[in-house]
Structure formats: structure tokens, C-alpha cells
Design a protein around this ligand. Structure first.
Ligand code: PTJ
Length: 251
């Protein structure tokens, strides 16, 4: 039991969710390690949204609204932390949801499918009873994608993605949006738009940005996407960490 006046309350609650998801078979063992790495960056970034994450959220929302075939790719960590919010975002965008696991087992896919269905998802792709299409440049089970989903998508939102798959998707000319607290990760550098924030804040912020931008005209949305420079934004996120901890800016 964690009391809500504990200074690390929010962070400890997330840990509890992560451990619980591991016990339920949603999370891969290494999902706990990945969460720990994210937690360290979150701490350094101040555990709240930043000007840079907001810029990326706005660009991501514009790209998702403009997309003809948007797909949200989910893994164990995403489903452990924000299953309901993913369904809301997918409904708002008329986007498909596809399960793509790094440590893929039939059992985990079926558990995750059930969790997403319970959260209200209508048609989950990426399951084992579905025809798959190979993603060029990848080997093994990671190369599989849903023929109706990521394979034909023009815009893919892939939170907490691994570098190889991010690179392969970008090479296929997909506009790749990721959420990754580590601004130095290969995925963060490869993606078209990287939201450097915790997924538990980034997805609700994305839902809000989609609401705010949904009636904006297409040329303005294109302008928002084109004005976004991922490398510049990542550099600013890194600077934020160093400035904060050398006392150059107020927290
Ligand atoms: O469920 P699976 O089998 O697909 O496996 C998922 C993990 C995350 C275990 C797998 O994809 C993996 O090993 O990922 P990496 O290479 O460790 O990358 C995870 C990235 O996500 C790291 O850069 C972390 O900093 C970041 N991260 C971790 N937790 C969060 C996060 N970013 C945003 N929000 C978080 N809560």
C-alpha cells in the first residue's frame, strides 16, 4: 500500500501497475527493465510534459489526423499502462490497433488481445489467427505485420519501439511517431516525430491535441507537421536535462 502523500507516489503507482502486468502475463520480463530505464529519464526530465514534448504531440496529432491509414502499434508496456487511452485515441482517429511484440509468444498475444478487448477495442490486429505480411529489412517473427494494419499504414504510432523495427518502417516511407523517454535512443533518432515523455502523459495529451486540431484545415495541419524538426527537438530535450541539473533554468 502506497500512501498518496508519499513524494514518489505517482512513480510508485506506475511500478505497481508494471509488476501487476508482469504477473498477469502482459509484460515481458525485460519490460520491467525497459520501464526502469524510462523512469530514470523521466526523473531527469522533471516527470512532467515539457515545451518540447508538447511541440511533438501537436505535430503527431496533425500527422495522425491527416493520415489515410493510421495504425497504433501496441506492446506489453503500452498495454500495461494505457489500454483504455489507446482505445479512446484509436476511436477518435478511426485508427487500427495492432499488437506487435518484441518478445512474442502466442500466450502473451492472446492475453494482450483480451485486455484490449476488455478496454473496448473492436478489432485488434496482429494476432495469431490472421494473415501476415513481411516487413522488408527485418528477420524472424519481428518481420511480421498485419496485412490490413502496419503493412499498408501511412502513419504508424509505435510507443517504446526497438531501433531495428523503427528503421525498417521509416525505410518503407511510413511516417513514424514514437513515444520514448530516452532522447538518445536509436528509435527516438530514427522516428519522424518523437514525443519525449512518459506514455502515461503522452497519450492523454495526444488525445487532447487531436480534439483541438480535428477541425483545422489540411494545409495548416501539413504546415504543423513540416515545421517540426525531430533532431532539433531531441537536442532541446537533452539540453533541458543538462540545464535543469546545472541549475541554469528554473524547474
Ligand atoms: O512487449 P514487448 O515484448 O514488445 O517488449 C517491449 C519492450 C519495451 C520490453 C521492448 O520493446 C524493449 O526492450 O524496448 P527497449 O529497447 O528497452 O526500449 C524501450 C524504450 O522505452 C527505452 O528507451 C525507455 O527509455 C523507453 N520507456 C520505458 N518506459 C517508458 C518509456 N518511454 C515512455 N514512457 C514510458 N513509460
Amino acid at each position: 500500500m502506497i500512501h498518496n502523500d508519499h513524494p514518489r507516489y505517482e512513480s510508485l503507482k506506475l511500478r505497481e501497475k508494471i509488476v501487476d502486468a508482469y504477473k498477469k502475463g502482459i509484460l515481458a520480463e525485460s519490460g520491467m527493465i525497459a520501464h526502469g530505464r524510462g523512469e530514470a529519464f523521466d526523473y531527469l526530465l522533471g516527470e512532467k510534459k515539457t515545451v518540447n514534448s508538447e511541440k511533438a504531440v501537436r505535430a503527431a496529432a496533425a500527422a495522425l489526423i491527416l493520415a489515410k491509414n493510421p495504425v497504433i502499434s501496441v506492446n506489453g508496456n503500452t498495454v500495461a499502462l494505457v489500454p483504455n487511452e489507446i482505445v479512446i485515441l484509436a476511436d477518435d482517429l478511426d485508427a487500427k490497433i495492432e499488437i506487435n511484440l518484441f518478445h512474442r509468444t502466442e500466450k502473451r498475444v492472446s492475453i494482450i488481445e483480451k485486455v484490449m478487448n476488455n478496454a473496448g477495442a473492436k478489432n485488434i490486429l496482429g494476432t495469431d489467427h490472421e494473415e501476415k505480411a513481411k516487413i522488408k529489412g527485418l528477420e524472424g517473427p519481428r518481420a511480421n505485420s498485419s496485412r490490413e494494419g502496419v503493412y499498408i499504414a501511412d502513419v504508424v504510432l509505435v510507443p517504446l519501439e526497438d531501433g531495428d523495427r523503427a528503421e525498417a518502417l521509416v525505410k518503407l516511407d511510413k511516417l513514424l511517431i514514437t513515444i520514448d523517454l530516452n532522447p538518445l535512443s536509436r528509435t527516438a533518432k530514427t522516428a519522424t516525430i518523437t514525443i519525449v515523455d512518459n506514455i502515461v502523459r503522452a497519450i492523454p495529451n495526444l488525445i487532447q491535441a487531436v480534439h483541438e486540431l480535428r477541425n483545422v484545415d489540411d494545409p495548416t495541419l501539413h504546415q504543423i507537421v513540416n515545421d517540426f524538426n525531430n533532431q532539433e527537438n531531441l537536442d532541446e530535450s537533452l539540453k533541458k536535462i543538462s540545464d535543469k541539473h546545472t541549475g541554469r533554468v528554473k524547474p
